[in-house]
Design a protein around this ligand. Structure first.
Ligand SMILES: Nc1ncnc2c1ncn2[C@@H]1O[C@H](COP(=O)(O)OP(=O)(O)OP(=O)(O)O)[C@@H](O)[C@H]1O
Ligand SMILES: [Mg+2]
Length: 305
């Protein structure tokens, strides 16, 4: 555990964002070359289910794109993966071709009405190891309705703990762009937080608040929660700004940042409208290859954690 050094040259924005960082777990990360894949293309399965909350209260930074594509990539390498759509927008459900309109049972009913997780989880079409717990627009009401419920911060954790139906290796929770009770539920249910950071100006704005919340949840509700992964998204190699943001993030967060950077790729933004991850929509595209590499890094971190 290390203290984040603040450099005199940091912009005020960076200083604000990082001043709240009191601790970060930085695990030694072997590269894929050090821990080769299984000969049959499978990656090592974690010894227990890894629950990863993908969070950043800033909108449009790539939370859903990251959740869906990392999950798809893992599932294509022998991992059994559930994506929990915790955003009333239902974007992850759409991208995974999982019905989430009308009166489909959804995460709202799990959180508010105690419906078992098994009643809402669907297998993703053509992806035998990938599952989705969909969100309908009803979930928008949950932020308010949860307030008056018992154990309102731990409803998702409880539901997942009771759900052992399909022998999962990973549960990836796609959070909404807010720090309300839905995101709190994700952080209480998770072992790990993954933060996508968009490589643009203002990228670090608000990060301090998110990290403070992670610290608070660790202190009061989920002592083993760790910030395991930062992934740089929408990287445009033609701009100096993108590389400056990437350098700045790396200088503060070290090994927590994946070596793989996700480039801007039109294919990534097209795939959801076909109800697919980019892994099947265009596996040879730069976005698909980057998410495959990112998922490989995450899978191999598991065996040293
Ligand atoms: N690497 C990328 N290259 C190009 N477009 C991208 C990339 N990543 C995401 N996008 C597009 O940017 C938009 C925002 O991405 P995404 O929905 O994943 O972000 P989000 O953080 O989940 O947003 P929200 O906060 O609304 O939930 C989407 O239209 C998505 O298709
Ligand atoms: Mg989203």
């Amino acid at each position: 555990m290390t203290q984040t050094p603040l450099n005199p040259g940091d912009s005020p924005l960076v200083r604000e964002a990082l001043s709240s960082v009191v601790s970060r777990e930085t695990s030694a990360t072997p590269t894929a070359a050090q821990t080769p894949d299984g000969g049959d293309g499978t990656w090592p399965r974690p010894s227990k289910t890894r629950v990863i909350a993908v969070a950043n209260q800033k909108g449009g930074v790539g939370k859903t794109t990251t959740s869906v594509n990392i999950a798809a990539a893992l599932s294509m390498h022998g991992q059994r993966v559930l994506v929990v759509d915790l955003d009333p927008q239902g974007n992850a459900s759409t991208a995974l071709a999982t019905e989430h309109r009308g009166d489909v049972p959804d995460v709202y009913q799990v959180l508010v009405d105690d419906l078992p997780m098994a009643d809402i989880v669907k297998q993703v079409p053509d992806m035998p190891n990938l599952f989705c717990a969909p969100a309908t627009i009803d979930l928008a009401g949950a932020e308010i309705e949860l307030v008056s419920l018992v154990a309102r911060e731990a409803r998702l954790r409880r539901a997942l703990a009771a759900y052992d139906a399909i022998d999962l290796d990973y549960i990836v929770i796609d959070c909404p762009p807010s720090l309300g009770l839905l995101t709190v539920n994700a952080l209480v249910a998770a072992d790990e937080v993954m933060i996508p950071i968009q490589c643009e100006y203002y990228a670090l704005e608000g990060l301090g608040q998110l990290l403070r919340n992670v610290d608070l949840i660790r202190a009061h509700l989920n002592p083993t929660l760790k910030l395991s992964t930062i992934v740089l998204t929408m990287y445009d190699g033609r701009t100096r700004l993108a590389s400056q943001v990437a350098d700045e993030v790396r200088s503060h967060f070290g090994d927590t940042v994946l070596n793989t950077v996700i480039p801007r790729s039109v294919r990534l933004s097209e795939a959801p409208s076909y109800g697919q991850s980019v892994m099947t929509y265009d596996p040879g595209s730069s976005g698909a290859m980057a998410y495959m590499d990112a998922a490989r890094e995450i899978a191999h971190r598991a065996i040293v954690a």
